[in-house]
Design a binder for this molecule. Structure first.
Ligand code: ACO
Length: 702
């Protein structure tokens, strides 16, 4: 038996604080259990009552003669710990704590104690500060939400209790089928990862939908998602760019939690929802339909307009329509007038009735070229929407095809809404606009891709790295009381992990600078090195393209004068003499140490692309070369890497290796590194690699 079975699927339930007063939470929970027809025993617990709502009441849980699986806490916060001790003693394993007044108001100590008491006796706590839990298979409405939700196969897990209450009756209005609805509240113990793990093995659940405000343990969350093997839809609330203002590096300022959450959810094989509506739409399709195993989607429509909108939406959601091959078109052609279109969308035209739809639907269902189908309908006076809905249902039954997803988009008034109900009752997801339908179909495609990848972890750590030296570089900087590495230190650190940094040496004098320049080879770049000067160019601390010893001497003197004028008391370590790398495409890679997910790497094109357009992408580290290649393909500026205006393709493979190595560096040293930037990296054409020209490493405060 799964450890959380007593919480999510209890056989017997006690309501602690089952009140004698109508309109109280304690009485409502008891009433909900009775009204929901909970099949097991319900034990109201109230020291002042002998009977509640016709059920025998007990003064305390210790007085109940049989073992009890779960207890729903409806007593005030100051009574919770005492009740927890009694429950633990009585062998209760599921502690469903509705009571507010814990960590959410700063009372973390008692919340921790509650968990300790429950866990000490092998129990688990859900909450506190929740609406409760609702399970349709168990017929257990252990909550003060109005009613058990509409029956179906989505487990809806919400950090917000209010959302659970709000959505409860919405499930009926939308025929949104739910297996369980769980309010997580403060997540003192049971969290998203636990719920994912439980519902992944629950036979009554096909899809898991999450409403997330914050994740406590990013690693556990991501692991649970990858291992679930079931579609998960994630809706993250509070997506403002928190923390960005405080970030010291370029990468840090671009991080913002939403991009990191989005990346983490994607890596954890979760389908991102943009809002509540999107979460419901996608979950509905994932719970009702098989996944979309290929990219060939056909839209069958009686209206050109909604067909074109569907086509636009398909492209927007990453499943662009493809023109059907000639033989497939010929088959569709049989079910439309001459002025119809058998391409894709398959426009059987406005005058088409049931027969036209039946023919086109059956053709698409039976055609091996077609992977998934959108049945679109705009309400006309010549056909009845419910007739079209029934035609679709009949054809699905007749053909017996169950491995090809079908979504319906009916645009119209009451007739279409009625048809929608018919469709949903037959487990065909129905939408009232083309965009929603195609977004749902795209979610089915994404779920299939995640299935293909499975839970395999594709990152193989590099062994040709010098972790010991990397640690010593950081230790030396810390010993000097610095919060960031200097550029030469940062470059040295990067080099420990095989990043191709430009050759450089730190000169204290003009003579040394000339000597190093001769060693490195002209032309060279000179850069000031000072922990007090972050923006070297602004301080006049950079000179490029110095072609001989004379230019190096002059450059050295000019930089020293400039920086002294810029900041007289700056601590100057010297001037870095650097190899001048040939011009190439400027890209940036970097990392942040995200509060939830830990080390996270970033990639983007440099210059205006990163500064103005913020065309960047993130992944939680470490990442494989394949993943780093996918990051490059994700940005809008990707065509630049493919080569534009006759330029050759850039060396994406080498860059991917560099990004993957950086991801290992920041993972290995996650206790020390807060942020990094390799900016710019000059990226050359295929086969010619790249050079890291500048490096920045900010240390974690100790
Ligand atoms: N064991 C059993 N019953 C007890 C005990 C005990 N040790 N001590 C007291 N009781 C009884 C009381 O006598 C009372 O019964 P009665 O009405 O018959 O006398 C009953 O338990 C309830 O106790 P009250 O003191 O009346 O508590 P009240 O009902 O006012 O509040 C509650 C309890 C609802 C748990 C409250 O403290 C609370 O936390 N409310 C917020 C809940 C919430 O909003 N959760 C988050 C939801 S998420 C969202 O945003 C919607």
């Amino acid at each position: 038996m799964h450890e959380l079975e007593p919480v999510f699927n209890p056989r017997s339930i006690a309501v602690i604080g089952a009140s004698r007063r109508e309109g109280t939470i304690g009485q409502q929970v008891t009433k909900n259990l009775i009204d929901g027809k909970f099949p097991g025993p319900i034990y109201p617990i109230n020291p002042g009552a002998t009977e509640i709502l016709g059920l025998k009441a007990y003064p305390s849980i210790g007085d109940v003669p049989e073992p009890v699986d779960a207890a729903v806490y409806c007593v005030p916060a100051d009574k919770v710990l005492e009740v927890a001790r009694q429950c633990a003693k009585a062998g209760v394993k599921g502690h469903i704590v509705i009571t507010s007044g814990f960590a959410e108001v700063g009372n973390k100590r008692e919340e921790d104690e509650l968990v300790q008491i429950a866990k000490g006796s092998g129990g688990r706590v859900i909450g506190p500060n929740i609406v409760g839990t609702m399970s349709n298979p168990a017929k257990a409405n252990a909550s003060f939400a109005p009613v058990l939700p509409y029956v179906g196969q989505t487990a809806l897990i919400s950090q917000s209790g209010a959302l659970i209450i709000a959505l409860d009756t919405v499930t009926y209005a939308r025929k949104f089928g739910v297996s369980s609805m769980i309010s997580l509240g403060n997540m003192a113990d049971v969290d998203f990862a636990d719920c994912i793990e439980y519902y992944a093995q629950d036979m009554n659940t096909k899809c898991i939908a999450l409403y997330i405000e914050g994740v406590k343990n990013g690693y556990k969350f991501m692991q649970a998602g990858r291992w679930a093997g079931k579609p998960i839809v994630a809706l993250k609330a509070g997506v403002s760019a928190h923390g960005a203002a405080a970030a010291a590096s370029h990468t840090g300022s671009l991080a913002g939690s939403v991009k990191v959450y989005q990346a983490a959810c994607n890596q954890a094989h979760m389908i991102w929802a943009t809002d509540l509506e999107d979460m419901l739409n996608k979950s509905q399709a994932l719970a009702m339909q098989p996944v979309l195993k290929g990219d060939k989607v056909v839209i069958i429509t009686n209206g050109g307009g909604i067909g074109v909108l569907g086509s636009d939406a398909a492209e927007r959601h990453g499943i662009p329509l493809q023109a059907a091959p000639a033989d497939v078109q010929a088959q569709f052609r049989k079910f439309m007038p001459d002025f119809g279109s058998p391409k894709n969308p398959v426009d059987i035209t406005g005058g088409s009735g049931v027969a036209g739809y039946e023919g086109a639907i059956e053709t698409a269902l039976r055609c091996p070229w077609v992977d998934g189908i959108g049945v679109f309908y705009c309400e006309t006076a010549v056909t009845k929407a419910t007739d079209i809905a029934n035609a679709l249902i009949t054809k699905l039954k007749e053909t017996g095809i169950t491995d090809k997803p079908v979504v319906a988009c009916f645009v119209g008034g009451a007739g279409s809404v009625e048809a929608g109900k018919v469709l949903l009752e037959a487990s065909i997801p129905y939408y009232d606009c083309p965009n929603k339908a195609m977004s749902a179909l795209a979610a089915l495609r994404q779920a299939s891709r995640f299935q293909e990848v499975g839970c395999k972890v594709d990152f193989e750590p590099y062994t040709d790295v010098d972790k010991r030296k990397a640690r010593s570089i950081i230790a030396a900087a810390r010993a000097a009381g610095r919060k960031a590495l200097t550029e030469p230190e940062a470059k040295e650190l990067f080099a420990c992990y095989g990043l191709p940094v430009t050759k450089s040496s730190l000169a204290k004098t003009e003579e040394e600078a000339v000597h190093f320049a001769q060693e490195i080879g002209f032309p060279v770049v000179l850069k000031i090195v000072s922990p007090d000067i972050l923006h070297k160019s602004d301080a006049g601390g950079v000179r490029v393209n110095l072609k001989d010893a004379e230019a190096v001497c002059a450059g050295f003197r000019a930089i020293m004068e400039n920086v002294r004028r810029y900041k007289a008391d700056a601590d100057l370590h010297g001037i870095l003499v650097c190899e001048m790398a040939p011009l190439g495409s400027e890209v940036i890679i970097g990392s942040v140490n995200d509060a939830t997910f830990g080390p996270t790497v970033m990639f983007g094109l440099g210059g205006v692309f990163v500064e103005v357009l913020k065309d960047v992408t993130f992944r939680v580290a470490p990442i494989s070369i394949e993943c780093a290649l996918a990051m490059q393909q994700e940005i809008k500026g990707y065509p630049m890497l493919q080569g534009v205006r006759g330029e050759k393709r850039r060396d994406q493979e080498v860059l991917a290796g560099v990004l993957s190595r950086l991801s290992q560096l920041v993972s290995d040293l996650e206790d020390d590194i807060a942020e990094t930037d390799a900016n710019p990296i000059l990226l050359y054409e295929e086969g010619k690699g790249c050079r890291v020209v500048d490096a920045r490493v900010i240390l974690k405060p100790r």
